[in-house]
Design a protein around this ligand. Structure first.
Ligand SMILES: *[C@@H]1O[C@H](CO)[C@@H](O)[C@H](O)[C@H]1NC(C)=O
Ligand SMILES: *[C@@H]1O[C@H](CO)[C@@H](O)[C@H](O)[C@H]1NC(C)=O
Ligand SMILES: *[C@@H]1O[C@H](CO)[C@@H](O)[C@H](O)[C@H]1NC(C)=O
Length: 412
């Protein structure tokens, strides 16, 4: 049996075994071979590599934003990740372990920073990256992954229709569907030859033009943050789509010969402190900072997520100071804001000669959406042998400041 016959058979079985959502378009599935237009060339093509079998146990790590945490759904089992797990298990007989590290409002850069922190537990067999409108430098994240592992990476591309009202009203400038974020993902796919599961191109058109007044109410939650998150149907379709496409492209995704070469070793050395997300206690951001006076506290157990850990303050003028001097030529801080962002000042010092501190960054987040978002802030300026201070200028109970991670670079 040829490779494509086998794939068609597997897919056929999958369609039989997995009860697809009634709204899932079926007409795209083809079986059999298209008739050749000309006689096949005489020389035998090189034998296609054998398609690896589906494993008994399959571990998938999801890195992504709020869509992957299930925002927009009415029940946890409707999250696309759960639908994916059930459909893939039914289609292949594998037992899927999901390690869902998604975090609302998070860009790819947050995961790229200090990537080995995600490899402390069970080793994944596949990474699925889903960033929707959060974007970020997805290429950088893929490089971080491929520097530390040869596990395949695939992109789960879907859209967000924020601001929904402008999209649906047909305002010409609003119908661009976040070209920058889309390009950030496509660039990574292009450079690293990643497989892309593209819901927007493949499935959404069955429900109307993407982000139009026609498709929007069918596929998106319109109650909270209208248009930002796929609703139950949208997430169901996404989960089924990813599972089906993974089954169909199993050989390609797992083919080492199709993978791009490993990225070069970076010139800078990275060191970091981050929220303790995967159980490792080393380098926790909890131990790198200490509050100076009242105000900052290390918060955990954000509702529904026990693994979110950040320093938080609601007190204007409160200061968070590194317990030891730091060394960096440049650094990136990860700050979480909700609804009304607080203003922050980050400084390094005091300088032993001048006795003064130097401001590295004044941070005023532009949230741009109603929700919680993790923003990265570049700290431009060196800090050698001095302490780092984060001061909140205008925090309040409804204007919280959160420091969730810092990634520091020194030239090698
Ligand atoms: C994204 O990251 C890659 C790899 O680190 C880098 O080469 C590229 O310049 C970055 N792109 C942008 C727009 O910053
Ligand atoms: C302290 O300030 C002096 C004078 O501006 C400068 O030359 C020196 O590099 C600074 N030291 C550090 C560690 O930043
Ligand atoms: C933003 O979200 C909060 C909490 O979900 C809600 O109370 C508030 O009304 C929302 N504001 C807008 C402008 O949508």
């Amino acid at each position: 049996m040829g490779r494509f016959d086998k794939a068609a058979l597997v897919l056929g079985l999958a369609m039989l075994l997995a009860p697809l959502h009634p709204s899932y378009p079926r007409c795209r599935v083809r079986s059999g071979k298209p008739a050749p237009l000309t006689a096949p060339p005489a020389a035998a093509a090189p034998a296609a590599p054998a398609v690896p079998a589906f494993p008994r146990d399959f571990t998938v790590m999801v890195l992504g934003g709020s869509t992957s945490t299930g925002r927009g759904t009415s029940a946890p089992e409707n999250r696309w990740t759960e639908v994916f797990r059930r459909v893939f298990e039914a289609a292949t007989g594998s037992s899927v372990t999901l390690i869902n590290m998604a975090r609302g409002g998070t860009k790819a850069d947050y995961f790229a920073a200090c990537f080995p922190r995600y490899l402390g537990g069970a080793k994944p067999d596949l990474f699925l990256l889903e960033f929707a409108i959060n974007g970020g430098n997805v290429t950088r994240l893929v490089e971080s992954i491929y520097r530390h592992t040869d596990v395949p990476v695939a992109l789960v591309r879907q859209m967000s229709c924020f601001p929904a009202s402008r999209y649906a009203s047909g305002a010409p400038t609003a119908r661009e569907s976040r070209p920058k974020q889309r390009e950030q993902q496509r660039t990574a796919g292009y450079v690293y030859r990643l497989h892309e599961f593209d819901l927007v191109n493949e499935l959404v058109p069955y429900y109307g033009s993407p982000c139009s007044g026609e498709s929007l109410p069918k596929l998106f939650d319109l109650n909270v943050a209208p248009g930002q998150h796929l609703n139950d149907l949208g997430q169901w379709l996404l989960g089924e789509f990813v599972a089906r496409e993974l089954v169909r492209n199993w050989g390609n995704i797992n083919s080492a010969s199709r993978r791009a070469a490993a990225p070069s070793v970076p010139k800078e050395l990275e060191s970091c402190f981050y929220a303790d997300e995967v159980g490792s206690s080393a380098n926790s951001i909890e131990s790198v900072f200490a509050p100076e006076g009242e105000g900052w506290a290390f918060v955990e157990k954000v509702p529904g997520r026990t693994d979110k850990t950040c320093w938080q303050s609601a007190v204007p003028g409160s200061r968070l100071v590194s317990v030891a001097p730091l060394d960096f030529d440049r650094a990136t801080m990860y700050l979480e804001f909700s609804h009304r962002p607080a203003k922050l000042r980050v400084s390094c010092g005091p300088n032993a000669t001048t006795g003064k501190s130097e401001t590295l960054s004044k941070i005023t987040a532009d949230l741009g959406m109603n929700g919680t978002i993790v923003k990265s802030a570049s700290l431009n300026g060196q800090c050698h042998g001095q302490r780092l201070t984060v001061e909140v200028l205008d925090a309040a109970p409804d204007r919280l400041a959160r420091v969730c991670g810092i990634s520091m670079f020194v030239s090698g």
